[in-house]
Write a protein that binds this ligand. Structure first.
Ligand code: PPY
Length: 509
């Protein structure tokens, strides 16, 4: 039995709004004003199948968790009729544009270069840009305000040069290292990035599988498209590497406690508390892309944490309303009391805060990060912060008390080696793996990791380092790092709108 396509289609407005997700019908009428992504996106699918739009941005357990059971109306009797009705429906201009985009993407994918034609991480980015949906690309690639920090994250690496050692026996080079006691095959990890299914239907599990093949760590994001358990399940098996958990701290600490303790019970090995996002930064490229898709300001992320949204702020920012902006140093003892996992603060941006974190005795590590340039524009690059941090820690004898990691802008093994020379224990890589996944799935991420490892091995040889422990500050020249001598990246928006001053004109001009 089940509900007929005809009956479902009659519940297609604000007064009575039913949607189909994976063959089941849900009454979301009362939920409309609660939806963190706004009601408009739901109403777009009122009375019909919302699965394709729902899936990338909601973990599979979302409806069970957040929609009362009485609103779960049961299965659809005739999905064929639903599909047929959808096909015959007159499309809105936005839907026409969407269909045109599907065609563009199908064509671009047909002509995509084989994965072996990608020789470095930026190659994946170039391919992904062509084959991704515009909205997905905008969400992944966007950054805060004028995207100065985004570009500075790359530029900073260009201000550090190597001072290689010669005549070292580098026949055998060992890339492996330890992160919070666990042996990993290379000094990089997959850092947390939200909404993997925007890039690939299998979402974050692509990253999980590639990380497992390579024996590197994956940090699981709070806002993954896959559920936490799906990701942990995908990690199971021989040679299972390690998962860490990235945590956005919920205003409701009970929710946070459950998330942490569940992660610990499932074998996650470290807890990374994000401390650079009490409010989400403005990512205007993302906002504009959603505006185009919905006809007005809509949501980039429709994920419920059970709280009302403020749609006037735009999408991703509205969803971030579950994040507790009152989180502060005084909360650290509570975290220490609910878990035995190593606790790491992710998003530290100045040496003083690293020292303070170490001095609490409650924190096992920090990630120096400006959130891929997506939060405070003009936050410095993690490399620059690292260069001021390690001497400050050493001066106080704290450098062995905590592990220091960095992320943001790393694309080459030379970038990784520069960070390690300056004292980082490891580096997080986010967008490049997302792009490799979006274009080529697990095989893309696998290749991206292989390329990085190949580069690392070669560069360590050329640098005269046999092991990760051989890397140190004596191998780099950082004299230019803090003074930004290659300039602040171009301010494109301002350049576009700037009306140059005029000098006096000739009267006959
Ligand atoms: C980011 O987009 O930078 C994130 O960290 C994920 C996110 C997305 C939407 C709300 C809060 C965080």
């Amino acid at each position: 039995m089940g509900l007929s396509a005809k009956e479902i289609s009659q519940h297609s407005d604000r007064q009575s709004c039913w949607v189909i997700v994976r063959g089941n019908v849900f009454d979301v009428t009362e939920f409309l004003p609660e939806h963190p992504g706004g009601e408009k996106i739901i109403l777009k699918y009122a009375g019909r199948d919302a699965t394709a739009a729902f899936d990338p941005v909601h973990p599979p357990d979302t409806l069970d968790k957040y929609l009362d059971k009485s609103k779960h109306l049961g299965p659809v009797a005739d999905m064929e009729a639903v599909a047929a009705a959808d096909k015959n429906r007159k499309k809105t201009p936005e839907e026409e544009a969407e269909a045109a985009e599907e065609t563009r993407i199908a064509e671009a994918r047909k002509n995509m270069p084989p994965v072996d034609s990608c020789y470095n991480l930026l190659d994946f980015e170039a391919v992904a840009r062509r084959i991704m949906k515009k909205g997905a690309w905008a969400y992944y690639s966007s950054a805060a305000d004028d995207e100065i920090s985004l570009r500075e994250n790359r530029a900073a690496f260009q201000r550090v040069w190597f001072r290689p050692r010669i005549l070292i026996d580098v026949e055998r080079v060992d890339l492996s290292t330890r992160m919070f006691g666990a042996r990993v095959s290379a000094p990089f990890y997959v850092t947390a990035t939200a909404l993997g299914k925007l890039g690939h239907p299998d979402g974050e599990t692509c990253l999980t599988k590639a990380a497992a093949r390579h024996q590197v760590v994956q940090m699981i994001p709070t806002l993954a498209s896959c559920s936490f358990d799906e990701i942990m399940d995908a990690a199971e098996g021989p040679g299972n590497p390690y998962q860490w958990l990235q945590l956005y701290v919920n205003k409701d600490r009970e929710i946070t406690r459950k998330i942490i303790q569940h992660a610990e019970a499932r074998g996650c090995r470290a807890l990374f508390i994000t401390v650079d996002a009490p409010q989400l930064g403005r990512r205007e490229k993302d906002m504009r892309a959603k505006e185009a898709a919905l006809g007005d300001g809509g949501s980039s992320v429709q994920k419920s944490e059970g709280l009302k949204s403020d749609n006037s702020q735009g999408a991703a920012r509205a969803i971030s309303s579950f994040i507790d902006p009152s989180l502060c140093w005084d909360d650290l003892p509570w975290f220490r009391s609910v878990t035995r996992l190593p606790i790491i603060l992710k998003g530290v941006q100045r040496a003083e805060d690293v020292v303070r974190a170490a001095e609490t005795g409650l924190v096992d590590g920090v990630v120096l990060s400006n959130h891929g340039g997506r939060q405070l524009d003009f936050a410095r690059s993690s490399l620059e912060v690292l260069a001021e941090t390690m001497p400050a820690l050493r001066a106080r004898g704290l450098d062995r008390r905590i592990e220091v990691y960095v992320d943001g802008g790393l694309r080459r093994a030379t970038d990784i080696l520069k960070a390690l020379c300056l004292g980082a224990k490891g580096v997080g890589i986010g967008r490049p793996f997302l792009y490799a996944m979006s274009a080529y799935g697990v095989d893309g991420v696998d290749r991206a990791m292989s390329l990085l490892k190949d580069e690392l091995e070669m560069d360590m040889r050329l640098l005269g380092a046999r092991t990760i422990d051989d890397l140190g500050p004596e191998l780099v020249d950082t004299r230019s790092l803090g003074s930004h001598p290659n300039g602040v990246p171009d301010d494109y928006l301002a350049r576009d709108v700037y009306d140059p001053l005029q000098t006096p004109a000739q009267r006959n001009a």
